[in-house]
Write a protein that binds this ligand. Sequence first.
Ligand code: ADP
Length: 939
Amino acid sequence: LSVKFSIKKKIILVILLSSLTLCLVLSVAVSYYLGGKLTDQKIEQVLKIGIEQTHETHALFDKNRLFAKMLGTRTRVREFILDRKKVSEKELLGIFSEYAKENSDYLSIYLLDKNGIGLVSTDPRFIGQDYSFRDYFKKSIKGEPAVSSLVGKTSNEFGYYFSHPVKADDGEVIGVLVVKTNSVEINNSILSSEISKGVTSMMVDEFGVVLVSNKKERFLNSLGKISSENNDIIKQTNRFLGKEINSLGYDSVQRVVNNYRDIETVKLYDDRDGDEEIISVIRIGDLPFYLISEIELKHINYFVLSIVFPIVLIIVFGMAISGLLIYLLINNFIRPLQKFKVLSESIGKGDFSKKININTRDEFSDLSSAFNKMTDNLSDLYRDMDKKVQEKTAGIKSKTKEVEDQNNTILNILKDVENEKKKVEIIASDLEKFKLAVDNATDQVVITDSEGIVIYGNERMEKITGYTREEALGKKAGVLWRLPMADSYYKNLWETIKVQKKTFLSQIQNKRKNGEIYTADISISPILNDKNDILYFVAIEHDITERVEAEDQIRKVLNDMQEQAQNLIIAKSKNEAILTGIGDGVVTTNQDGVITFANQSTLDMLGFKIDEVLDKSVIDVLKISDENGDAVPVNRRPMIRAITTGEKATVPLGTTYYYQRKDGSRFPVGITVSPFLFNEKIIGTIEVFRDITVEKDVDKAKTEFVSLASHQLRTPLTSIGWYAEMLLSGDAGKLNAQQKEYLNEVDHGNRRMVKLVNSLLNISRIELGTFSVEPELTDLKVIVGDVVDELKTVISENKTNVEVVYGDGLEKIFIDPRLIRIVYQNLLTNALKYTPIGGNVKLEIKTDGDNILNSISDNGCGIPSSQQSSIFQKLFRADNAKFKDSEGTGLGLYIVKSIIEQSSGGKIWFESVENKGTTFFFTLPKKGMTPKKGSRPLN
Ligand code: ADP
């Protein structure tokens, strides 16, 4: 037993060691893998947000630049400088003040004459001051618009100065218009952005001087040492009122800013204080400003550690618990052994009274009852044996002697008689048996004398040859039925049986009495006496005609099959050659999902060898995951769907699936799987897939382009709006009716464009995943009330009956009110837009289990059934809608669906009959939306 205990100890040691090793390996692997992944992700995220932020900031600067341009080119301003009689100082100040009132960011608006002296200003302190030393003046007096960031001489405040030349009709510069804005708008935009969270962010000017930073103390310090040349410029233009500009020590970043030529992204490892940092520098459009974000790797490491540490802890804890459990179980399992030891010891001493009682319901229980039975049997056996031995010895002793003598005599006589009788009987029955056997044998048996004359033929002989025994007896064997054979055959036959006295075996063809030819196996053996002389020959023939024919038949069928198999192999290798040459991956499986074929492209794309794929389950080989890296559930895999539904299956619309290569890396795939049918049963599938990395990249580039283009489009659209408004208000002279009509068209078109650009921006934010979700406790009734109120004009123009119904027990839910407003706005606008004058629109909101169910129904033009499947696609519009309203964009429903599905996990669908009406339904889970950080909300 002591040996067994040491086995227990060994098992525990093995468990302990393997848990420890597994723990160590798992922890290191998890930390290494997650660490790398998370770090890359964080850096890419910061860069992405940074680029979007520069678009946003650029648009803000552009807005102000355009504002300065609009004022600088106004007729009133030019006329004021040229002829005070036409436009008085009071009137001009009135115009400036009006704009300054509208927008509190404009600290002051002022006009300088061509010597840089303040003429008119919303800030009276500027009048009569000389600003000719400023670089914005120096640039604008040469005819260029300019932007400067500096500390005001008079106000002592930091701000941004946007200047624009005022030109006479002949193009001569006669003054400079300046708009000074505070830094609030730009600071807010940068500081409230995602870029400022968790990383140090800054905006610097072309000299590397920090203008905004979430580290306040950096304001008006420079990144690195400023070159003496740049120092001179700063002094000359008195940018920072002689304030001492200290270096922050980022000399390498300063160099990047100084040598910056175009919009680009740089990653630097900062060597300033030994801490590794990643710094990105992005120029803000064409402006002399740069957005800089600095992430300390230390922070990322903390972030990574905060995710990895709990995982490692869970692994260690899990291992410890399972180790303990295994120890306790093993301990428990082998405890019964002790009881067996005690019992065996008492049996050994001859004591059968003890019993063992084990109730573990396993082999030990079985063993214990077997043991008990064995003890019982042993004790019975001992008792019986004793008794019998005693009785027998007594009886035997007395009788043995007399009986022995008598018996011996009688027995001997009887045995002799019996033996003789038996011998005779055996001989008689053997002969009978032989006759019966030979007569009824299924083979033909012929016996001849030593000269070959027939002396016996059995019944079968008559059947096979067609000759009776009488006909055959006395004749030379075989003369009746044999077909002539070559001489050598007979020579060989007689040589074998007569000279060598051995059995002759052969196959021959004979002729029956009726002329039929048959084939038989023949064996002829000589029967010899003691002196080795030949007594008889026994010939046994077995008719094998049928077998030979059957064999012929089978041979033919086999030949046919071989030919067909050959053809199949040729066809198969042709198919395989075609499939191998295809650039897409092709994989076939049987109905259980086991791979039966994979072409070269599959192996190249996945990095497998053919025997790592063939005969393996597709689920084990083609590892499939989604955008987030989570494994796609088995029943959602296209191949499994094709097997279960019997229909072609692809990757669901709007999602991307990834295949994993052997080395663990992933790539996005487009997959199509078709089932093979045989006798209407699915016997396998064929899958075609391809790497869509390039398509995905193009798609991403496209979305990023839309984002950039829309930001850039917003500014000119705003200026078109201003100018149209200016012209409509008679600023450039009174307009006649036709001019007014045209201009109204321009204004209307412009508003449409602004809407479109906003929608495009929303879509790019949805597709880049950069929009934020900020849920708060929201009353849907209030939102719906507001939206219906906004649409009042349209409702009354169209004379639509709008009915809003709220179900019982509708409570506030935790959602982003801004997002949900977009949903109601779009669905209600559509219902109104696609319903004729005097139509009915009904909006109903009620609770439905864990969801809130919304429905918006109308009795309008409906959606043609042939186009219903495309309705949620980007830019799609049904034919009847294009006809009814030419101004739609086809973007609304796409945005609505994305909001509902991406931010709340709800669902949206609709029912529609053409010319009868449409109902859109959508659900919002009562548990609300999960907050998500993003660079901007949707608008
Ligand atoms: P838009 O309305 O700007 O065309 P949407 O994305 O909002 O774009 O809608 C897409 C298309 O869906 C519409 O062009 C129209 O064909 C159809 N549609 C949406 N709502 C309705 C409705 N209530 N009745 C009929 N058709 C509708």
